[in-house]
Write a protein that binds this ligand. Structure first.
Ligand code: GLU
Length: 474
């Protein structure tokens, strides 16, 4: 059992491609087969090495490691040319000399007659003299593969069941190489190269998005013509936006590196992408790792209908993943962001205590930066914090607290000591406990929202940041 992902490096790793990769990987693991990776870099103008890099990094980040060596399609070009030559030699493909303006006129005429656009096979049976005349005119040619209109094309799709197409559905004889002088073969095109490469990589199952169904029909004809072993096909449903259209760049974030930068974890991404199209087995939790789902994965549970992308669900899964992290793992995820901010990290134990403090309220890894900011930087006094400090009795309460702190030896470790300081200050001023606590929060964080106050205070005290902040509010 050998499957593959065949992305084109013409953009960053798209969530749709990543989900296809995931289904391939899950199937390979379940069947104890191999998951291979081929970078389809034959479109020289649109392919970029940085996109290849982005795709490889994205797959690795998601934990979808491929087996065997990476295949670069551009390195297999001799095989592609040889296949085209063999089709030409056997009369299964031919050169078409029609130029752009002739093809345009043909399409216009079809439009005027309310016909679907298709190539009318006009150069299928050129005589030797006709061909010579075109060449003498200096015309270039594409190579076209003959498609018989009456030819039935059938396959049993692992997701969609029996599929039946006809040659006539495919828009006329298919171009398999780009325009070139008639003694050369131009750049081979997608449907031809995919078939040649999948066969030479001995791919047994082609699993890809349903936007490739028409290509599959074309490719089946090429397998037959090239006398290659036909793989099994599975077409996965598309990921849709909230309007039910294919999720695209216009919907904002679509690439895996963007999700990562926003603070989604790879565990949540693979968990959610599996749920986008695959239904859990009864009694199974919706939270799982790819290794758990690999044990039970099958295409029988993959839906035919497209799946709507749901941010709330992804956020819920991400928060569940983050809350389940050990504080060490979460620190590993968040500390690079802290360092990026230029913050100096105190000792490890302090960092772990801060992580434990903020962990329950995080939905995104990135939020760990904003929530930690007042522990590293001087806080900005926000409107709600300002208002709290203006409340009658607030400053008086804080003053009593500072006076008591100044005669207390507290390094932030023993929370009981803070409680005592608090109790004495409350007693001395007669302030309400609520007023005291809210005012401390405003003084320490500059705002009224935040995690547990005593822990916050003790962490700030341990890095010598509490007293100055309290004093500066008087
Ligand atoms: N390069 C194609 C794509 O990215 C590959 C499709 C396929 O899996 O055959 O859409």
């Amino acid at each position: 059992m050998r499957v593959r992902l065949a992305p084109s490096p013409t953009g960053s790793l798209h969530i749709g491609t990543a989900r296809t990769a995931l289904f391939n990987w899950l199937f390979a693991k379940h069947e104890e087969g191999k998951f291979l990776l081929r970078i389809e870099d034959t479109d020289k103008e649109r392919s970029k090495p940085e996109f290849t890099q982005n795709i490889l990094e994205g797959l690795e980040w998601l934990g979808l490691q491929w087996d065997e060596h990476l295949v670069l399609q551009s390195e297999c070009i001799n095989n592609h040319r040889a296949a085209i030559q063999s089709l030409l030699d056997r009369g299964l493909a031919y050169r078409c000399y029609a130029n752009e303006s002739e093809l345009e006129a043909m399409r216009e005429a079809q439009k005027a007659n309310n016909q679907a656009p298709r190539y009318d096979n006009r150069h299928r049976n050129l005589s030797a003299d006709e061909e010579s005349a075109f060449i003498a005119e200096g015309r270039t040619s594409v190579v076209r593969f003959r498609i018989d209109n009456d030819k039935p094309i059938a396959w049993n799709d692992l997701i969609r069941g029996p599929m039946l197409w006809r040659g006539a559905d495919l828009g006329g004889d298919m171009v398999i190489s780009r325009r070139a002088p008639s003694n050369e073969i131009g750049d081979p095109l997608y449907n031809l190269v995919v078939v040649v490469d999948d066969a030479s990589m001995r791919i047994t199952h082609v699993i890809r998005g349903e936007d490739h169904i028409a290509n599959t029909a074309k490719q089946l004809l090429l397998y037959e013509a090239l006398e290659l072993k036909i793989p099994i096909f599975a077409h996965t449903p598309l990921i849709l936006n909230s309007e039910g259209r294919k999720l695209s760049k216009r919907d904002g974030v679509t690439s895996i590196s963007d999700f990562k930068a926003m603070g989604y974890t790879s565990e949540a991404m693979t968990n959610y992408m599996t749920l986008l199209g695959w239904s859990v087995i009864e009694g199974m939790n919706e939270r799982f790792t790819i290794h758990e789902v690999a044990k039970v994965f099958s295409f029988e549970r993959v839906n035919k209908a497209g799946a709507k992308f749901d941010w709330d669900k992804l956020n819920w899964i991400n928060s569940q993943v983050i809350h389940a992290y050990s504080s060490e793992s979460l620190l590993n995820e968040i500390s690079p962001h802290w360092i990026e901010e230029g913050w100096e990290l105190p000792n490890h134990e302090w960092c772990i205590a801060l992580i434990e403090l903020i962990q329950p309220s995080l939905t995104l890894i990135k939020e760990g930066v904003e929530q930690s900011r007042p522990f590293f930087e001087e806080p900005i006094l926000e409107t709600d914090g300002q208002k709290q400090l203006e409340v009658e009795g607030a400053r008086k309460a804080l003053k009593a607290l500072i006076d008591q702190l100044e005669i207390t030896d507290w390094d932030g470790l023993e929370i009981n000591i803070a409680k005592e300081v608090l109790a004495i200050a409350i007693e001395k001023t007669g302030a309400k406990k609520g007023l005291m606590m809210k005012s401390i929060r405003a003084a320490l964080l500059g705002r009224m929202k935040g995690p547990d106050l005593l822990t916050t205070w003790s962490l700030l005290a341990r890095v010598g940041k509490d007293r100055d902040r309290l004093r500066s509010c008087l």
